[in-house]
Write a protein that binds this ligand. Structure first.
Ligand code: UDP
Length: 538
């Protein structure tokens, strides 16, 4: 399938001459290897050496020019997983004159996005590490359009979900192994190397125990923009609310099973008076699953990668994540973090099996499916007795694997009870209008006037105008926060006010300079910026 590279005709001699004369040109964004993406002209790749090659000539450009810091530890991360030492990108350097002695270059005419997939067989990794980052890297650079081509350099075969990667561009993505069939020296006419991390929300625990990323920069809006694109490509149309409401149970069929699934489905259907459907990756096509989830009122599933499909839930839906015995839900939150991203508008609920009677363990399975037979007897004993897996690093902690691959008989009354604590009536999309969280601008024309009474009392009257954007918005509640700080002091007096003027007399001294900070607040929690500080002398 890779032979279609020649679709776009290029003038071979002109391309070769340009490469020899101009060499490679690179300009990057980002200050560190962890946030860098580089744009190249004439970046080459030797399929024999399995190395990228930068050709130097008088016209070549290398920005940043890091010298040997390029190896400390690398020029950039090729996957969206931060600073992972198996995912680094670099190139070797040669003078363009060396081309005379090298295999004839084969030119890649398509604009290329060169990157690594992190774990293409795991659906959470596929969406979180690859699909969303690729989609938004392509949005960042206009020439990475639907006619550009993806090159996956991590060295995996297509993997279980290759069809999903194919949706991102009109050209077949190429894998590292396939490059060999194209030639010994490939030269990418125009390419981007690296991947934006701006949409990722979770770190998997390589250096500290797993958890949400420290600085999450994505909201539900961008997630839905991406899922809308994917649904269009999958030919799944968003049905309008009219149709019947239902619950989806996303089941696993190989491991981490719900042992009483039939009973669970009946109980959910009865409790919420809704049709309840099961799906699994093994038994249903991707578009079928997406079609069902994108209209569901509630998604119920064991902890596991299939829960990343909450991406496709409609606003207002409920996610119920079930955890096996001894797995603390607070310690494993990729799907909680997703559901509770600002603007995702999903309700998130966890249930944990706390009853040893209801768990089935598999000590004799291979270690990567949670077996512990290879451990010494004392360690096995300790693990079996333990009531909670202590926090740990990724990825081979045997106690974690042992517990996370248990099967579970769900205690139905306790599950229904935790769902009912959050979902009072019917779950699913609320009919209310979703108010988008727009922030106020600065208050304007702030002024102050002081009056002194005698030698110990003074008053400070402060007034201001509404933020400029307020007159175009319908805001339920507008408040102002005012801080009054005596010049030279570290502390200040804060006030929350409803009007655009106020006279302060408490703790105001005569013949003193005060700094007055004012900002607007919409609907209690949308804090605007402070206006320029106002200097007031009493
Ligand atoms: N998987 C599945 N059904 C199963 C077991 C696994 O669909 O019975 C999927 C799972 O959703 C993930 C992949 O297979 O996409 C790898 O599963 P694993 O248990 O290794 O990862 P986890 O789900 O714990 O992230």
């Amino acid at each position: 399938q890779s032979q279609e590279l020649s679709q776009v005709q290029i003038d071979y001699h002109a391309a070769l001459q340009a490469l020899v004369e101009d060499g490679t040109r690179m300009v990057c964004t980002g200050r560190m290897h962890t946030d860098r993406i580089c744009r190249f002209e004439s970046l080459c790749y030797s399929t024999e050496a399995e190395e990228f090659v930068f050709f130097h000539s008088n016209a070549s450009v290398m920005l940043p020019n890091l010298g040997s810091r390029r190896f400390q530890p690398a020029l950039l991360d090729l996957s969206s997983v931060e600073d992972h030492n198996t995912q680094y990108f670099n190139f070797v350097e040669l003078p363009a004159a060396a081309l005379k002695f090298m295999p004839k270059p084969v030119f890649v005419p398509d604009v290329a996005l060169i990157t690594n997939r992190f774990n293409p067989d795991n659906l959470m990794h596929v969406f979180h590490d690859d699909l969303l980052p690729i989609f938004y890297t392509m949005q960042q650079f206009p020439d990475l359009d639907l006619e550009s081509r993806l090159f996956f350099m991590e060295g995996w075969s297509e993997g279980l979900h290759f069809d999903l990667y194919k949706l991102l561009s009109n050209k077949q993505p190429l894998l590292r192994e396939q490059l060999k069939t194209l030639g010994r020296l490939l030269c990418f006419t125009k390419s981007y190397v690296g991947l934006s991390k701006i949409t990722t929300w979770y770190q998997y625990g390589f250096v500290q125990p797993q958890g949400p990323k420290a600085n999450i920069l994505v909201s539900g809006n961008e997630i839905r923009h991406f899922t809308k694109f994917m649904m269009e490509k999958l030919n799944v149309s968003l049905e309008e609310s009219a149709s019947e409401e239902y619950i989806v149970v996303f089941s696993r069929t190989i491991n981490r099973l719900i042992l009483n699934e039939a009973e669970l489905i009946l109980a959910l259907a009865q409790e919420f008076q809704m049709k309840t459907i099961t799906v699994s990756i093994e038994d249903h096509s991707f578009s079928h699953i997406v079609r069902l989830i994108s209209n569901a009122s509630m998604l119920v599933s064991m902890h596991g990668a299939q829960l990343v499909m909450s991406l496709f839930l409609p606003r207002g839906a409920t996610v119920v994540e079930l955890f096996p015995y001894a797995i603390n839900p607070e310690h494993y939150t990729p799907y909680k973090t997703l559901s509770t991203l600002p603007g995702m508008d999903l309700q998130y609920i966890t249930w944990q099996n706390t009853d040893r009677e209801n768990t089935v363990t598999f000590p004799d399975r291979p270690w990567d499916q949670g077996g512990i037979a290879h451990l010494d007897k004392a360690e096995q004993e300790r693990i079996i007795k333990s009531k909670e897996v202590p926090r740990h690093l990724c990825c081979r902690n045997p106690e974690w694997l042992f517990r996370v691959y248990q099967d579970t008989k769900v205690d139905i009354p306790s599950l229904i009870q935790v769902i009912r604590q959050t979902v009072k009536s019917k779950p699913g999309p609320k009919k209310q209008k979703w108010t988008s969280g727009l922030y106020p601008g600065k208050v304007r024309d702030a002024k102050c006037q002081a009056s002194v009474q005698g030698t110990s009392e003074a008053k400070l009257s402060v007034s201001w105008q509404i933020p400029w954007n307020l007159k175009y918005l319908k805001v339920r509640e507008v408040k102002y926060e005012v801080w009054i700080q005596e010049q030279g002091e570290n502390t200040y007096m804060p006030y929350i006010l409803s009007h655009q003027n106020h006279t302060f007399s408490e703790n105001i001294k005569p013949f003193t300079i005060y700094l007055v900070w004012i900002r607007c607040i919409f609907n209690k929690n949308l804090l605007g910026p402070f206006a320029d500080v106002l200097l007031c002398s009493t």
